[in-house]
Design a protein around this ligand. Structure first.
Ligand SMILES: Nc1nc2c(c(=O)[nH]1)N[C@H]1C(S)=C(S)[C@@H](COP(=O)(O)O)O[C@H]1N2
Ligand SMILES: [Mo]
Length: 521
């Protein structure tokens, strides 16, 4: 076979493609390793993935929020790696044809990574060097491998007939060596991500102090004893999770600090030991996601341990004119919360504990905000690192420019959990049960109606506090047939929940949860 023959050209294109693929993956691995060593927020892979999620058009966005909020992100990362590998292979082929043509492709990828990291990690030291170093590694490797390839084929064409093909070994050896080093690096990066595991250990070792003000006791009968009801206090492992983080931020509790900045007389920096030394309060609070559909399960109730935000803000002394606190997480996510609800008596807190344990990593370890009465997107910042006292006129939280309301008080709502919609039941007395919530106002009554008939008042169990959900139940006699059953809650101000169906955008869904029940003889 002579060089230049179609078969040989195809073969060397394949080899060039392999060189490009390995170089691109090596660049990603280099970025992961550097980020692992410095700070997870510097990972170009994570930053680009996060930027992609942020850039999703409305509509796709809700879907993505639930996807990335509740299921694992491995599929997304795998997809990115496939795209990167493909582009890398193309870069290899280009580079073989024209010097620096493929290198330019990898360099552009590096710049995309740089832009993404800068937009998310902002000016964290390393935000510029890490993506650039990763891209440089990719470019150098590609040049190195393609040069080998050229050398081999020219050696080939000069070699005597019987020796042809032997020179190719230097390229294949170089490729194999690079692939091996990349794999090892990839493994190490994976292990580094497992550093999360190290932080998990630090979390397990963390001793939470006893609260100075204990959670009010759960009243007898608050949990309705009906099969299929959700637990009144949601176990942490079953608690819904919503955030934009591709990888759970891993924060070393020994180096964590919270800074209070902006329109304050006194800037403050607090570390975890300092926070744990404060007189802590423990409260049950039910938080909900603004993306929760009517009847949905993006809501949970837990016992939170923390220090009232108002105490910290009192030390910082907000200046006149300030009306908002922009809380920021380690990965750059923000929420804008009215200053008023952080300083009134509602016990908004810097939470360190959830259900008697340090916060789980996914729920904001080591510290998050917990504000009774507001949807999570404007209040419940996880992996909290900064509170900037500011004005709504000057700043906005992450979701506000993305089509969601600036303010997000939780709307009064209710849900039927028993029986499950569409489930067949026996004729006679049919037991209905569920939850209702109107955080910080409290629930006054819950009613059911069958086939749009008269409202019938349910037995409302005592709530733990105004800031938690309430359970309710009602037995209704039903003869065989198909029924539509609806629920409606009224808060302690006497305001019933809104009947008109509205979507979750921009400030939370409304409408009555409606189920279908088949009553069998
Ligand atoms: N850092 C960070 N905090 C965040 C978010 C986020 O995307 N990033 N999402 C918020 C939203 S929309 C909700 S509903 C709550 C959910 O908290 P959970 O995951 O502990 O249930 O977290 C809030 N805190
Ligand atoms: Mo949310």
């Amino acid at each position: 076979m002579r060089p230049g023959s179609p078969r040989s050209a195809r073969g060397s294109r394949r080899r060039a493609g392999a060189a490009g693929l390995v170089s691109a993956v090596a660049a990603v691995v280099a970025g992961e390793l550097l980020a692992g060593a410095l700070s997870p927020s510097l990972s170009p892979l994570t930053a680009v993935g996060g930027a992609l999620i942020d850039a999703l058009p409305p509509g796709v966005k809700e879907w993505a929020v639930s996807l990335f909020g509740t299921s694992d992100k491995a599929v997304f990362v795998t997809g990115m790696l496939i795209v990167i590998s493909t582009v890398g292979a193309v870069a290899g082929v280009l580079e073989q044809r024209k010097r620096f043509a493929g290198a330019a492709v990898i360099a552009v990828f590096g710049l995309v990574g740089l832009a993404a990291v800068l937009s998310r990690a902002q000016l964290t030291p390393g935000a510029v060097p890490v993506p650039l170093a990763a891209a440089a590694a990719g470019v150098l490797l590609l040049r190195f491998l393609i040069r080998r390839l050229h050398e081999d084929s020219s050696a080939d064409s000069l070699a005597p007939e019987e020796a042809r093909g032997t020179g190719r070994r230097t390229f294949l050896q170089a490729l194999a060596a690079t692939a091996a080093v990349t794999s090892v690096g990839g493994l190490v990066a994976g292990v580094w991500r497992g550093a999360a595991a190290g932080i998990s250990t630090a979390r397990e070792k963390l001793k939470l102090p006893a609260p100075a003000s204990a959670a009010p006791a759960i009243p007898a009968g608050a949990q309705v004893g009906l099969g299929g009801m959700v637990p009144l206090v949601t176990p942490s492992r079953d608690f819904y999770r919503i955030d934009t983080a591709l990888i759970v931020p891993v924060i070393d509790p020994s180096t964590w600090t919270l800074r209070v900045t902006g329109m304050v007389d006194q800037e403050i920096e607090l570390n975890l030991a300092g926070l744990l030394a404060k007189p802590l309060i423990e409260r049950h609070v039910t938080i909900a996601c603004v993306s929760n559909e009517v009847g949905g399960d993006l809501i949970g109730n837990a016992r939170w341990l923390g220090w009232p935000v108002r105490e910290l803000l009192a030390m910082a002394r907000p200046q006149p004119g300030a009306d908002m606190v922009l809380s920021r997480s380690s990965d750059g996510w923000t929420a804008g919360t009215p200053l008023e609800v952080l300083t009134d008596d509602r016990d908004a807190m810097l939470a360190v504990g959830m259900n008697g344990e340090p916060l789980p990593l996914e729920h904001g370890f080591p510290v998050r905000m917990m504000v009774p009465g507001l949807y999570g997107y404007v209040s419940a910042t996880k992996w909290l690192t900064e509170l900037k006292v500011t004005r709504f006129a000057n700043d906005e939280g992450y979701w506000t420019p993305r089509g969601w309301s600036e303010r997000g008080p939780i709307k009064t709502a209710s849900r039927i959990d028993v029986p499950r919609s569409g489930r067949g039941v026996r004729a006679g007395r049919v037991m209905f049960g569920g939850v209702a919530w109107a955080q910080h106002r409290g629930i006054a009554k819950v009613e059911l109606r069958v086939n749009r008939g008269p409202w019938q008042q349910a037995d409302l169990a005592p709530g733990i506090s105004l800031d938690t959900w309430y359970q309710w139940q009602l037995g209704i006699d039903l003869t065989p047939g198909q029924y539509e059953v609806q629920v409606r809650a009224t808060d302690n101000n006497g305001d019933p929940q809104a009947e008109e169906p509205r979507p979750v955008v921009p400030d939370g869904a409304t409408g009555f949860h409606t189920i279908r029940v088949d009553v069998n003889p």
